[in-house]
Design a protein around this ligand. Structure first.
Ligand code: ME8
Length: 517
């Protein structure tokens, strides 16, 4: 029987510079979703990569005095290094300068042309190189410094040239019909509303080629023109699935289930991309999910303010799993979030070291000392035992429900609620006091506790792969035992199984000053 497929993408990032924490955030969230569905038995395809064409790449390369491909190759490697440091489990990494991508971009262009949706005319208007986007004059403002800017603040320049156009104006009604028939197509709701009102206000045809620079994919049959970088960029999602070869092994993954993006690029993904796909006669992705932006103590991160956070440094400082956990637990996924040191330390020490780490460490040490290091044999269960086991057994379904909507924070919130309940249970049952008075009852309490820890560890794997694996090693749960099919009753710990010597899994974060004092 073939497993259901699940295809998730990140944006392909511009390698005009090195990655920052915002890029890391998108990758960590997407990776967690990919891992979640793999553990849940799906055939997952997880795509990321770099967006290497366009005027911004060309200009940055010129400033550095190197060729655009050299710049792209150098920085694309830094993205790959970061993904390795962040344990991003992608299945394919696409670079838009690859031949397979040129072929796919030219093929979709030809389909749109054959549909009668591409025509030649002259474009004149404002263009932002930083956003690689066109703006209506009414969207721009002229600053006191004499510089005209688009709403996000980057300068725009006047462009006037021969250009191919895509008949976007013809797709307004079809797009609205699609949004209405598929309320989950754009999430969260704020983004959906924005897009709906943008489309309802009327769409203008889109300029999709440039002639004033040459760093891009040539237009088929008219190589003086290169494709507008967003036409080529969006196409990456089908290139990787084998397009135009619909007999390719990977075509089974299309349409993608989720395009994960940041809220800055919703219009490209929720308006232009579905219109291109409709024009080319291809299926539309299931969902465009736009997460929020990360700020440093509430401030926008920018090179000029000097508060850009280097993701490699964060990993070094806090440890990878703690950092992944922090971002996904702290921020309501879809909303903006803030990064600050105190909040990270608090999450590490409270949620990880105290709540989960201590619970595991205390119960496993008692087993090592008092139960010959074997998983204890539980006796008859009390109402308290049944209640905490039922709460743990319900987590699989709760997590799946939350993750259907990419509510990563809600899934983690549910899991850590059970961790808190298990701590209350453990404190209330006082197994350390039962050691002398009622060892059989102590064995039951310890069994129930580590059975809850088992399920928490299985569910924590998508977020904290390495620490969860260590925890599952300590519980002697291996291989297939780690999948979501083993949540609840099917995977119950087997009494009598020998356990390795317990070790701490979640270290406390100690401030440097404290450690010196
Ligand atoms: O837009 N907080 O690439 P890009 C959270 N190449 N996420 C952030 C962020 C922040 N402060 N800053 C950036 C492009 N991001 C195009 C995409 S896709 C076909 C082409 C993340 O390098 C977020 O995911 O500018 C955002 O959408 C993306 O980086 C933009 O990356």
């Amino acid at each position: 029987m073939s497993r259901p497929t699940f295809y998730i993408t990140t944006p392909i990032f511009y390698p005009n510079g090195v990655p920052h924490i915002g890029h890391a955030y998108t990758a960590i969230a997407s990776d967690t979703i990919a891992r979640f569905h793999r553990l849940d038995g799906k055939d997952v395809f997880f795509l990321t990569g770099t967006d290497e064409h366009g005027q911004k790449m060309q200009q940055t390369a010129e400033k550095e005095g190197i060729a655009p491909l050299e710049l792209a190759t150098r920085n694309s490697q830094v993205f790959k290094d970061l993904w390795a440091a962040l344990d991003i489990s992608y299945d394919d990494y696409i670079r838009t300068t690859e031949p397979r991508h040129h072929a796919a971009s030219q093929a979709i262009w030809q389909q749109m042309l054959a549909r009668g949706d591409i025509y030649k005319d002259t474009y004149s208007g404002w263009y932002s190189v930083r956003q690689e986007a066109f703006f209506d004059e009414k969207e721009t403002t002229l600053g006191e410094d004499g510089v005209r800017r688009e709403p996000l603040g980057s300068p725009v320049e006047w462009v006037e040239e021969e250009s191919y156009f895509f008949r976007l104006s013809a797709y307004g009604e079809r797009l609205i019909a699609h949004y209405e028939a598929n309320p989950g197509f754009i999430m969260p709701a704020e983004r959906r509303n924005e897009v709906m009102s943008f489309v309802k206000s009327g769409l203008r045809d889109l300029s999709i080629s440039r002639t004033t620079f040459d760093w891009g994919i040539p237009v088929p049959g008219d190589p003086r023109h290169i494709m507008y970088v967003w036409v080529d960029a969006l196409t990456n999602y089908i290139t990787a699935a084998g397009y135009p070869d619909q007999a390719a092994a990977r075509w089974k993954y299309w349409p993608a289930d989720v395009h994960m993006i940041g809220k800055d690029i919703v219009r490209f993904h929720a308006v232009y991309w579905p219109a291109f796909l409709m024009s080319a006669g291809l299926d539309l992705p299931g969902r465009v999910f736009a997460h929020g932006f990360l700020f440093n103590r509430g401030e926008k991160m920018s090179k000029s303010v000097g508060n850009v956070v280097d993701p490699f440094e964060l990993v070094e400082k806090y440890g990878l799993d703690a950092m992944r956990y922090y971002f996904l637990r702290e921020v309501s996924f879809g909303q903006d979030g803030s990064y600050n040191h105190e909040a990270i330390v608090n999450r590490i020490n409270a949620d990880l070291a105290n709540d989960l780490g201590n619970l595991a460490q205390r119960s496993l040490s008692m087993i090592a000392k008092n139960c010959e290091g074997l998983i204890p044999q539980p006796g008859p269960l009390t109402a308290e035992d049944e209640a905490i086991l039922a709460a743990a057994d319900a987590l699989g379904e709760k997590s799946r429900t939350a993750m259907q909507d990419q509510a990563i924070h809600a899934y983690l919130g549910a899991v850590w609620q059970v961790v808190a309940d298990a701590n209350r249970y453990f404190a209330g049952q006082e197994p350390w006091a039962l050691r002398k008075t009622d060892p059989a009852r102590m064995a039951t309490v310890l069994y129930v506790t580590i059975e809850v820890v088992r399920q928490v560890a299985i569910l924590a794997q998508p977020v904290m792969p390495a620490s969860s694996a260590k925890l599952l090693d300590l519980l002697a749960v291996a291989g297939e035992g780690r999948t979501f099919a083993q949540l609840g009753r099917p995977g119950r710990l087997v009494p009598g199984t020998p356990l390795p010597a317990p070790q701490g899994v979640f270290p406390r974060y100690v401030e440097k000053d404290e450690s010196v004092a």
